[in-house]
Design a protein around this ligand. Structure first.
Ligand code: FMN
Ligand code: SF4
Length: 448
């Protein structure tokens, strides 16, 4: 695969798939709009590899999704005049529930056991009596009685981890994931995508296997070589299925930015191992973990972009003195340099707060990265690439890093940018959000 230019729109979920995971007209419009700006490559949003209901998340876990995905490939080809390469990011994730109401959790969800009876000082209590006693406790007392995980389920919402190996479906992840990823990658190839990106980043299953917090004791956790085992087995299965000619890359974290998480040293070893295994590119993100997510409101789910690690992933304009720009550059450059040191030439994509031509060009000239990922700036102005290329950089609608778009993502609302979503609303043919208040794609650029 050859890119016409070293620009890249990283995966961004816009919440436009149908409730059963199919490509919709809105999905086609969204990617078609990016394609008109003609970036070097676009990576389609995180797309679920399992054939299970996942709300309006795009899916690729069955052949019935193929016709829609083919249309998507065709649309991007047409709108970019064949100039933009199209990849798709494929993802697995574990279960997470919304934060429950206190009373509901204690009356219904909590599984009462002897530990609770002991803590309450009466081994003869019935389940109902335990629940009643727990309901009457204040928060401090309740926290003493519940286990750490139960307290977390109550205050944050229940969340599965790759270390929950007492649950059969978690224990068997190493058995099922290689095949699930391989089948999804094959569908990506059959649909006509130019390549596939394995999602090994942020808060999701594969990143959790790679994480230093993974203490599984079945050979897939603990020391780094064990944590790498499943990601490498998944990649081997994908490669075997799609063949050497089909580009397969992955996105992973330059640093997890959480206590006890992967440091740059871990990630450098991970990067070299993935490159040695034969990945065709590596795309670096950072942070974005559940571990330090803020407490959600009752009825809402934890969102992995709310804590310090979330800020590192999608830095906003309210920042420390370093500011929101290019926070991922130096760690990415270090990983790239180690990969080059190991004699491997694979391209490395950097992303995170990159928004001006000068900044992007300097990173390339200084060999900090090989390809420049521009996510929110491309959302703010999908014509960034065409404007910069044609000498109209002064007309770029600059991202203000307010994270209004991220707020919509958090609520699973159709993602738009506040710099354009109320402009020219009455233009004929403009598709609007469900609440009818916002346009779903940026207005066309009329050259001044
Ligand atoms: C609305 C939204 C959705 C995102 N969805 C994904 C995703 O599906 N997969 C992924 O790897 N990153 C996702 N990201 C993170 C971006 O790809 C990117 O890494 C991040 O926004 C930082 O780059 P930027 O500063 O250029 O925006 C998303 C970001 C936003 C704003
Ligand atoms: S909503 Fe804000 S952060 Fe998001 S793309 Fe637009 S200007 Fe940038």
């Amino acid at each position: 695969m050859t890119l016409e230019q070293r620009t890249w729109v990283p995966a961004m979920v816009p919440w436009r798939a149908s409730d059963d995971g199919f490509v919709t007209e809105e999905v086609l419009d969204w990617y078609g709009r990016f394609a008109r700006g003609r970036p070097g490559a676009i990576v389609v949003e995180a797309t679920g590899i399992r054939d299970v209901p996942s709300g309006p998340l795009l899916r690729i876990g069955h052949d019935r999704f193929l016709p829609g995905l083919r249309q998507l490939v065709e649309r991007v080809r047409q709108e970019s005049g064949g100039h933009t390469r199209l990849l798709i990011q494929i993802i697995d994730f574990l279960g997470i529930r919304r934060r429950p109401e206190r009373s509901k959790y204690l009356e219904r969800f909590l599984q009462v056991n002897d530990r609770h009876r002991q803590a309450l000082g009466d081994p003869a209590l019935s389940d109902d009596a335990v629940r009643e006693r727990l309901l009457a406790l204040d928060d401090d007392q309740l926290q003493q009685v519940l286990s750490e995980r139960e307290w977390e389920s109550l205050t944050m919402g229940q969340r599965e981890r790759v270390t929950d190996t007492h649950l059969p479906h978690i224990a068997e992840l190493p058995l099922v994931l290689p095949e699930l990823f391989a089948s999804a990658a094959q569908r990506a190839r059959d649909a006509g995508f130019d390549g596939v990106e394995l999602h090994y980043a942020h808060a999701y299953t594969m990143a959790s296997f790679l994480s230093a917090t993974n203490t599984r004791e079945d050979g897939y956790g603990g020391p780094l070589e064990n944590r790498l085992r499943l990601p490498l087995e998944v990649f081997a299965a994908v490669r075997e299925r799609v063949g050497r000619e089909f580009p397969v890359g992955c996105r992973f974290l330059s640093e997890e930015c959480i206590e006890g998480g992967n440091t740059l040293e871990d990630s450098t070893r991970i990067g070299v191992a993935l490159a040695q295994a034969g990945m065709d590119y590596l795309s670096l993100s950072r942070g974005g973990k559940f571990d330090d997510a803020k407490q959600p409101k009752v009825g809402e789910a934890a969102y992995p972009y709310t804590g310090v690690s979330g800020f590192e992933c999608m830095p906003g304009y309210i920042a420390d003195e370093f500011g929101p720009f290019g926070r991922n550059v130096e760690p990415t450059a270090a990983i790239r340099s180690a990969i080059r040191g190991a004699g491997l030439a694979i391209p490395v994509v950097v992303a995170g707060g990159i928004h001006t031509f000068t900044q992007a060009e300097t990173l390339l000239a200084e060999e900090k990265a090989d390809i420049i990922g521009i996510a929110r700036q491309a959302l703010a102005d999908p014509d960034w690439f065409e404007k910069v290329r044609s000498g109209c950089g002064g007309q770029v609608r600059m991202c203000e890093y307010t994270n209004y778009c991220e707020g919509l993502d958090q609520k699973h609302k159709q993602v738009t940018c506040n710099l354009w979503d109320r402009l020219e609303l009455d233009e004929p043919g403009v598709r609007r959000s469900r609440d009818n208040k916002r346009r779903l794609t940026a207005p066309e650029w009329r050259r001044e």
